[in-house]
Ligand binder design. Structure first.
Ligand SMILES: Cc1cc2nc3c(=O)[nH]c(=O)nc-3n(C[C@H](O)[C@H](O)[C@H](O)COP(=O)(O)OP(=O)(O)OC[C@H]3O[C@@H](n4cnc5c(N)ncnc54)[C@H](O)[C@@H]3O)c2cc1C
Length: 196
């Protein structure tokens, strides 16, 4: 079925009681901390007028398993901390890759795709067996290669990523990842993410 990607998005950690922390920071500006929690959409109102710096006080950390196509795009988001599985220090001996459903569900395209994946990994293993280091042998691995990354972003950056990366213009695999992030964040901090 199209749209279903074999990817994983997990929340690893986040600022505790984030909505409360953010409202406290915002209310400090007006010395109205005593009213914290009394206006249900207080944070959304600030966001609507562009007074958003207070949401930077909270952050979340995600584990993502996806393709290198996806992570190449994702790490363009600079207000972040990233750690990614290394192709220099880890031997990618097993053929692990993400196949877009649009290819998987088209028999002829799927056969071509599988053939090339097998050839890439066969060549990779041959290069290793000839004494080539993983950091050089990896030049034959495809963009589809599965990878794992841990990402930490503040809530303002997460909103930005959701807005850019759930749009119809975004890469389908990215839309899937960003959609998972949005669903998690709406649960975690409804006041900050309610409008997305
Ligand atoms: C649909 C789509 C297609 C794309 N196609 C291409 C493409 O063909 N080629 C390509 O190279 N990239 C492409 N990109 C990537 C895009 O150009 C951005 O690099 C990426 O989306 C990161 O977002 P951002 O630049 O808003 O910054 P982030 O790093 O997420 O930063 C968030 C915000 O902080 C501010 N900021 C961060 N750094 C600076 C800075 N140095 N100076 C001033 N303000 C800053 C900006 O307001 C920015 O929006 C594409 C992105 C999308 C969503």
């Amino acid at each position: 079925m199209a749209e279903i990607y074999d990817i994983e998005v997990k929340l690893l950690s986040s600022t505790p009681d984030a909505d409360n922390l953010i409202e406290t920071a915002g209310r400090l500006c007006w010395d109205t901390q005593g009213k914290t929690g009394t206006v249900p959409d207080r944070i959304q109102k600030w966001i609507r007028i562009g007074h958003v710096s207070m949401i930077e006080h909270a952050s979340a950390t995600f584990y993502i398993r996806a393709s290198r196509v996806l992570t190449h795009e994702l790490i363009r988001h600079r207000l972040a901390s990233y750690n990614q599985r290394s192709q220099r220090y880890v031997r990618e001996l097993e053929a692990q890759y993400i196949e877009p459903p649009e290819i998987r569900d088209n028999n002829a395209a799927h056969d071509d795709f599988q053939r090339v994946m097998e050839a890439c990994w066969a060549t990779y293993r041959q290069l290793l067996s000839k004494g080539i280091k993983p950091e050089l042998a990896r030049y034959v691995l495809p963009n589809a290669c599965e990878t794992q990354i841990i990402c930490t972003w503040n809530f303002r950056e997460i909103r930005h990523i959701i807005q850019l990366r759930t749009s119809q213009q975004a890469l389908p695999e990215m839309r899937a990842v960003a959609g998972h992030i949005r669903d998690i964040m709406k649960q975690l901090a409804p006041q900050v993410f309610a409008d997305l």
